[in-house]
Design a protein around this ligand. Structure first.
Ligand code: ATP
Ligand code: MG
Length: 484
C-alpha cells in the first residue's frame, strides 16, 4: 500500500515538474523577441591590421578633407557606402565624410565649398568636377527631444532632422549596420558602433534599431534595402525583411521627385533585372508603378518579358560603361499600360492615332503622381512610342526621314526589344537592322522592294488612307498589329 502511495506521489510530482518545465520553456520562448533585434550598440575600434580598408583605394580629395579637418582640431571620418564597399572589395560610388564641425565651420575651412540642403544642411567641397560631401554628425529626433529642429508627419515620417549629435548618435540614425562604419584617417582604424563588420562578414543587411519605426521614419529605406540586397548580394535579416510587404503603401507619401531618383538608382545600377524581381517579390513595385503592376498581375503576356528585356539591356550597357537613358527604361516600364489604354480607347471607337496619343499622355501624367518624370525624358518616351507605329509600318516614302530622326536609334532599339519580348511585328526589327547596314544602293533596293510588295499596309484601309495624313494612316494599322 505504502509503495503504491509513493508511486502515485512520484508520478504526480514528476508530472507536475514536467508540466512546469514545459510551461516555462514555452513562456521563455514567447518572451524572446522573435528576432535578434536587441543587439546593443557598442563602440568597437578595428585597428588597421585587422581590416581590409586600404588608403590606396580611398579618394585623394576625400583624404585631404578629413586630414584638413583633423589638423584644425575637428573629428572627421569617411563613412557610409564607401567603407562598406571597400570592405567588400568594390569600387565606391562616392566618398562621404562625417564630422563634428558645423556646416558653417566646414564652409569657412574650405574656400572651394558651398552650403547646400533644405532637408539636411550639408557642405559640398569641390575639386574641379569632383565633389566630396561633408555632413555634421546628426542624431535621431528621439535622441534629442529638447531641440526643436526635427519634425515628423502623422505616419512617423521624418520631415526635417537637422539635429546635431555625437558620433554615436550619427551612427545610430544611419539606415543599415553595414552603412554605419567610420574610417579614421589619423590611425587608419575603422570604428563600428552597430556590429556592421559582423554583418559584412555574414552578408547580412540589417536595419539599425526597430525596423517598423525606421521604415515609418523614411519609407525609402525599404527601397534602399532592396537595392543593397541586389548590389551586394546580401540577405535581409529576418526582422528587417518581415515588415516590408506590409509597409510598401508608405511610399505613396514620398515626394515623386525623390522616388524618380530612387528608381534610377534601383534600375540603372547594373543589377536592374534582379532588383525588379526583388521589388515585385516584396510588393514594392506596385507603389512605384501601379498601372504597370496592374498589367503584370493580369498576366499580360508581353509586359513582364518586355521589362526584363529592357532591364537586361540596361544592365549590360551599365556594365560596359555605355550611356543609358531613363527615357528608354520608362518607355519600357510604361508601355504595357499605355498599349492597354490605347486599345481600350480604340474599342470605344476612337481612331488609333488619337487613341495612342491620349493613352501616352494619360499614362505619363498618372505616373508622374508616383515617380516624377522630368520633361526631357517624358518627351523622349513619347517620341520612342510615336516612332514605333511608323517603324512598324515601313512606309517607303518615310524610310529615309525615319533613319535620320534624332530618336531613331532609341526607337529602333525599343522595337527590337518588343520583338524579343514576343510581340509579333512582322519582322520589322530585322528589316530595320538590315537597312542600317546597307549603303545607299542597298537601301534603295530594300525600299523599292517594299513598294513592290505594297509596303506593310493592311488591306481594307484604303478609304481612310486617302483621307488621313500618312502618319495617322500608319498608326491605324500598326498600333494593333502583332498585338494579341
Ligand atoms: P551607394 O552610394 O553605393 O548608393 P550609400 O550607402 O553610400 O550607397 P548614399 O545614398 O550615398 O548610400 O548614402 C550615404 C550614407 O548615408 C549611407 O551609407 C547611410 O549611412 C546614410 N543614409 C543614406 N540614406 C539614408 C536614409 N534614408 N536613412 C538613414 N541613413 C541614410
Ligand atoms: Mg554613397
Amino acid at each position: 500500500m505504502i509503495s503504491y502511495i509513493i508511486a502515485i506521489a512520484v508520478l504526480v510530482l514528476g508530472g507536475t515538474l514536467i508540466f512546469w518545465l514545459m510551461r516555462n520553456r514555452k513562456q521563455a520562448k514567447h518572451l524572446q523577441p522573435p528576432f535578434n533585434i536587441t543587439r546593443e550598440p557598442r563602440k568597437t575600434i578595428i585597428p588597421r591590421d585587422k581590416h581590409p580598408v586600404s588608403r590606396r583605394h580611398i579618394n585623394d580629395n576625400a583624404l585631404k578633407v578629413i586630414n584638413r579637418l583633423n589638423s584644425q582640431g575637428y573629428e572627421a571620418y569617411l563613412v557610409g557606402g564607401c567603407i562598406r564597399d571597400l570592405y567588400l572589395d568594390l569600387h565606391p560610388k562616392d566618398f562621404d565624410i562625417a564630422t563634428n564641425a558645423s556646416p558653417e565651420d566646414v564652409r569657412r575651412l574650405f574656400r572651394n565649398s558651398r552650403l547646400i540642403g533644405r532637408r539636411f544642411k550639408l557642405v559640398h567641397v569641390l575639386f574641379g568636377r569632383e565633389m566630396i560631401e561633408v555632413a555634421t554628425f546628426r542624431a535621431n529626433h528621439e535622441q534629442h527631444h529638447g531641440q526643436e529642429k526635427s519634425r515628423h508627419s502623422e505616419s512617423g515620417r521624418i520631415l526635417r532632422d537637422n539635429v546635431y549629435g555625437t558620433m554615436e548618435d550619427d551612427a545610430l540614425r544611419r539606415d543599415f549596420t553595414v552603412n554605419a562604419l567610420y574610417y579614421d584617417g589619423r590611425d587608419f582604424s575603422v570604428v563600428d558602433f552597430c556590429h556592421g563588420v559582423d554583418d559584412i562578414r555574414t552578408g547580412t543587411l540589417r536595419l539599425i534599431g526597430d525596423p517598423v519605426t525606421r521604415y515609418h521614419e523614411d519609407p525609402v529605406r525599404m527601397l534602399r534595402a532592396i537595392r543593397f540586397v541586389a548590389k551586394l548580394n546580401f540577405s535581409l535579416a529576418p526582422e528587417t525583411e518581415q515588415p516590408i510587404r506590409e509597409l510598401g503603401h508608405l511610399l505613396r507619401d514620398i515626394p515623386a521627385a525623390r522616388l524618380f531618383d530612387e528608381v534610377l538608382k534601383l534600375l540603372q545600377s547594373g543589377e536592374g533585372v534582379r532588383t525588379f524581381e526583388l521589388l515585385r517579390e516584396y510588393q514594392l513595385f506596385g507603389p512605384l508603378f501601379p498601372a504597370t503592376e496592374h498589367c503584370l498581375q493580369e498576366q499580360d503576356r508581353h509586359a513582364g518579358n518586355l521589362i526584363i528585356e529592357a532591364l537586361n539591356s540596361t544592365d549590360q550597357r551599365v556594365r560596359q560603361n555605355r550611356p543609358v537613358t531613363p527615357a528608354f527604361l520608362f518607355a519600357a516600364l510604361l508601355w504595357p499600360p499605355m498599349r492597354r489604354m490605347a486599345r481600350e480607347l480604340m474599342d470605344q471607337g476612337i481612331p488609333p492615332v488619337p487613341a495612342f496619343q491620349q493613352a501616352s499622355m494619360t499614362v505619363i501624367t498618372n505616373q508622374c503622381n508616383h515617380t516624377a518624370i522630368p520633361r526631357r525624358f517624358s518627351m523622349m518616351v513619347r517620341d520612342i512610342w510615336d516612332l514605333q507605329i511608323r517603324l512598324e509600318r515601313r512606309q517607303p516614302k518615310l524610310i529615309e526621314t525615319l533613319l535620320a530622326h534624332p530618336k531613331f536609334r532609341a526607337a529602333y532599339d525599343f522595337l527590337v526589344l518588343r520583338e524579343q519580348s514576343g510581340e509579333n511585328l512582322s519582322a520589322a526589327g530585322q528589316w530595320w537592322t538590315e537597312i542600317q547596314e546597307l549603303d545607299e544602293h542597298g537601301r534603295y533596293a530594300m525600299i523599292r522592294s517594299l513598294s513592290s510588295h505594297g509596303s506593310q499596309k493592311k488591306p481594307g484601309n484604303k478609304r481612310r488612307r486617302r483621307r488621313r495624313k500618312p502618319y495617322s494612316d500608319n498608326a491605324s494599322s500598326n498600333s494593333q498589329s502583332g498585338e494579341s
